[in-house]
Write a protein that binds this ligand. Structure first.
Ligand code: 4G3
Length: 233
């Protein structure tokens, strides 16, 4: 199920030794002979709830694996704090994370109370399990860990800049009648940078005006920036 974390950038991060990923199966921490990990909810209602004893046993055992380095224990849930690039950056600076994944209707509330440091949501929708959320969080965090990708690459990501990305083009220069914008062929790096920034601002204003509002910038800024640059030239 966790295949995405064993390919591409996360795979290289692990091969380089900058990241170590471990998967733990809750059933391994449940008591024989039944090794039951879930049960029906007190008070009735649909679905199943993950039982507290196997979760506590798993969290305690995994915590104890690394002496003197307690992990930040994170529960993936729709009730959590929204995952943002800023939160991913903060988590990427922590030495150790333990991601807890719920199934069905979630986990026993007493585990959240005693064992969970923070609850994180990857968005306002419900998934069949927390593993998908854990993979999304892991990927977002791993690529921000020092040395995993080129520093300038991470810094220019959408959201790190507070803006959406600018358009990208590659060869051929003419594709199905559509030309690459002339400025990108000009070799003038100052003009290219100004164009990309203006495109990023215009795209953000059109597609995600909420990002600009929280950033207190606007398309007017880009026009001003363009004029300032022209004036400098
Ligand atoms: C807890 C996380 C976990 C309660 C998990 C369902 C969506 C997210 C689960 C619950 C999840 C999210 C498992 N679905 N938005 N499913 O981050 O009702």
């Amino acid at each position: 199920m966790f295949a995405p974390l064993y390919s591409s950038i996360p795979a290289r991060a692990q091969a380089s030794g900058r990241v170590r990923l471990e998967l733990h199966n809750l059933r391994d921490y449940a008591s024989p002979p039944h090794r039951q990990t879930d049960d029906t909810p007190f008070g009735g209602g649909p679905g199943m709830v993950l039982k507290p004893e196997p979760l506590a046993a798993a969290i305690n055992a995994i915590k104890a694996q690394e002496a003197g380095m307690l992990p930040r224990v994170i529960y993936m849930s729709p009730q959590g704090q929204p995952l943002t690039q800023r939160l991913a950056e903060q988590l990427s600076r922590l030495p150790r994370l333990l991601l807890v994944c719920g199934h069905y209707e979630g986990i026993d509330e007493r585990i959240i109370k005693k064992y969970i440091d923070m609850e994180i949501s990857i968005g306002d929708y419900v998934l069949s399990n927390g593993e998908l959320g854990a993979m999304v969080l892991s990927d977002a965090v791993i690529r921000l860990i020092d040395g995993v990708i080129a520093q300038d690459s991470a810094a220019q990501d959408s959201f790190s800049t507070g803006l959406l990305d600018h358009p990208h083009y590659t060869k051929p220069a003419l594709f199905e009648g559509m030309a690459v914008p002339e400025v990108l062929l000009s070799g003038n790096h100052r003009r290219i940078e100004a164009w990309r920034r203006q495109q990023a601002l215009a795209s953000t204003e059109r597609k995600r005006p909420d990002l600009l509002a929280s950033r207190s910038a606007s398309l007017a800024d880009s026009h001003k920036e363009q004029k300032d640059k022209a004036h400098d030239d």
